[in-house]
Design a protein around this ligand. Sequence first.
Ligand code: 5AD
Ligand code: SF4
Length: 466
Amino acid sequence: MKDKILAPELIERQYEYMARVREWNPDGLKVHVVTFGCQQNEADSERITGMAVEMGYTVTESVEDADLIVINTCAVREHAELKALSITGNFKHLKKKKKSLVIAMCGCMVSQEHRKDRIKHSYPYVDFVFGTTRLYTFPEILFDCLITRERRFYLDAGDEGNIPEGLPVYRASRFKAWVSIMYGCNNFCTYCVVPYVRGRERSRRKEEILKEIEALARDGYREITLLGQNVNSYGKDLYECYDFADLLSDICKIEGNYQLRFMTSHPKDASFKLIDVMAREDKIAKFFHLPLQSGSDRVLTAMNRHYTREHYLSLVRYMREKMPEISLSTDIIVGFPGETEEEFCETLSMLREVRYDNIYSFLYSKRVGTRAAVMEDQIPDDVKADRFERLLALQNEVNLSKNREFVGKTLEILVEGASKTDKSRLTGRSESNRLVHFSGDPSLIGKSVTVKITEADLHALIGELV
Ligand code: 5AD
Ligand code: SF4
């Protein structure tokens, strides 16, 4: 099958533009990137920052100091869109103070026609906008903007589907790394805007992925997370008989002191073969994020999810049989159009049955252009809010009781940094992704330590170094 890698000349051309901007920018102007949304967006922002650094910019945490601001947006729910628009609105006064400031917007929100129009008319201080498939042309677009100072909107799919290899990357962490293994989505879940803004599924070549991971392992990265909208369909567009489970097996042959994670999985494509590989390979964290969305078969059909509650449960049973210690998390949408009280209660009963270690729950948000947006029986906001509260209350009970089971046990923790709530403490995550706070020296950041758990609350475990 034909792969979708961009011709190397197209990437070389961008390196030429990077060199031209660097020449223009001898004083090392400053860049600030704001990121909304999922890990895929975080990974994209690391490429944008990487390209900016290659163009001579230095990274600043302060928007006031920035000469170039890039806002990487999300479109999955309205809330994320409104936040991005509001923060962009706040940057208007910066442009008044510093006329040379360049403001750019990119990502999923701006890849929608109606949002592009709104930015064009209501945010005149935004210099240029580029959609997700244009990310790799950022150097060329920036160069044009610096020279012409004209506003531009680059949203045509252009090289839609093509994968840029070899772009520079500026990783936000020294020990945790994202690796995109594929882009886009073919599933068209009826509530979801992603297939419209990120295009069709396309896999990176396995050789490119393995090369990137070899380099990360050599550089001492401790946690590597493979990213894709539906990692379980990795390779379907590219190989006759090489799938995600095969890719994981091949990655695990790469030596190094790292742990492998992946997201997101789709229950219709998660295979028993994949679970067997997970159970066999020590390098793969015993943690699985498996979005359920709803516990009702009728709602799952209306969502176009292509699995049943029973199929989902069979995956969970098999995982627990093979890996009794596995930790499970999920995504739930509350108030999908037409969801009845009984159907919502089926979601609650799934939570009781599976006893997830964590859930990410969302109020259904109408997305322009999706099938669910025009379905009848949209659920009133107060009903959605009530269901949401009940879902959280139930999960809080499960979380607390699960967290308490850890008191007295010892856990291996990757130390991530100072605790947000108490700067004198360190914080890290266990293999099962549990947040753990403890006292220790900041030199431990980026290292693995053993912690004995002494207390547990709803959101975190507290412990002592042993
Ligand atoms: N409304 C609410 N939640 C949504 N998600 C995706 N689209 C919507 C929407 N329109 C949630 C799903 C998905 C997660 C990333 O975001 O649960 O798994
Ligand atoms: Fe959206 Fe469904 Fe694709 Fe996930 S699998 S990105 S929810 S369409």
